[in-house]
Design a protein around this ligand. Structure first.
Ligand SMILES: Nc1ncnc2c1ncn2[C@@H]1O[C@H](COP(=O)(O)OP(=O)(O)O)[C@@H](O)[C@H]1O
Ligand SMILES: [Mg+2]
Length: 239
């Protein structure tokens, strides 16, 4: 089976530092794949490398069978990959609705998607006339995710969406991401193993800039030694 996203032995430098030293992963269409690993393992750099923000010096990246390594970020985005970085990438001085409007790739995108987005995030519907900066941290994260749902993206790269959120908001966000599975494919960086385990079909672990293992989430949940070794947590626990 050919994967929607196929990252093959990617090496990435930031300045003189060799940050990724062999990352490989596959994301199958219609699935949620968790990208896991300790702090500093190279998860964010992997997403940025896919987006062409820190282009790979070696290796290959295929999206829907087409090579995308070497493409500028805007072209990668135009092919249908949405990126939600680990900071809340919203316009604080614009309203919720204006934030969504600016996320359009084609005229009419928001009109087509508004019902779906506001159903997924009822808070955003209620607060659509408030400014981004007036939202809570959790609502800002919802808006950041909502923005990549406006255009027709086939793959979403989401970096640590639940970080720093109160448990009740984590629950809301988890439910929303779970519902996204029916619409799109997700590569999700998630530090909370309980959340990753609940959401993801498959996983890949990076450690020290390298892929160390990949498989189904069920296999990982049944392998406490691997979870402990690379993630430093117990399978059942939160941290
Ligand atoms: N701009 C940078 N300059 C130098 N080193 C960096 C830079 N960005 C990230 N790194 C280093 O690259 C490694 C991987 O970082 P990152 O991809 O952010 O890890 P993760 O997202 O898994 O926590 C870390 O050791 C980090 O210190
Ligand atoms: Mg990171």
């Amino acid at each position: 089976m050919s994967a929607l996203l196929d990252v093959q032995d990617v090496h990435t430098f930031i300045g003189q530092f060799h940050i990724l030293e062999g990352v490989s992963l596959r994301v199958e269409e219609g699935q949620i794949t968790a990208l896991l690993g300790r702090n500093g393992a190279g998860k964010t750099t992997t997403l940025r490398t896919i987006m062409g923000m820190t282009p790979p010096a070696r290796g290959a990246i295929f999206f829907d069978g087409r090579p995308i390594h070497g493409l500028p970020t805007y072209e990668v985005a135009q092919l249908g990959i949405g990126y939600v970085p680990d900071y809340r990438a919203i316009f604080r001085h614009l309203t919720v609705e204006e934030n969504l409007h600016l996320a359009e790739r084609r005229k009419g995108d928001l009109k087509r998607k508004a019902d779906f987005i506001y159903h997924l995030f009822p808070d955003l519907a209620r607060l659509r006339h408030l400014k981004g900066g007036q939202l809570s941290g959790g609502q800002q994260q919802m808006l950041a995710i909502a923005r990549v749902l406006v255009p027709d993206n086939r793959l979403l790269l989401i970096d640590e969406p639940t970080e720093g959120l109160a448990p009740v908001l984590v629950e809301q966000l988890v439910e929303a991401i779970r519902q996204l599975r029916e619409q799109t494919t997700v590569l999700l960086v998630e530090q909370n193993f309980a959340v990753a385990r609940h959401l993801a079909d498959t996983f890949v672990i990076v450690d020290d800039g390298r892929t160390v293992c990949q498989g189904t989430m069920e296999e990982l949940a049944n392998d406490p030694a691997t979870v402990h070794r690379y993630l430093g947590v117990a399978v059942g626990g939160e941290a």
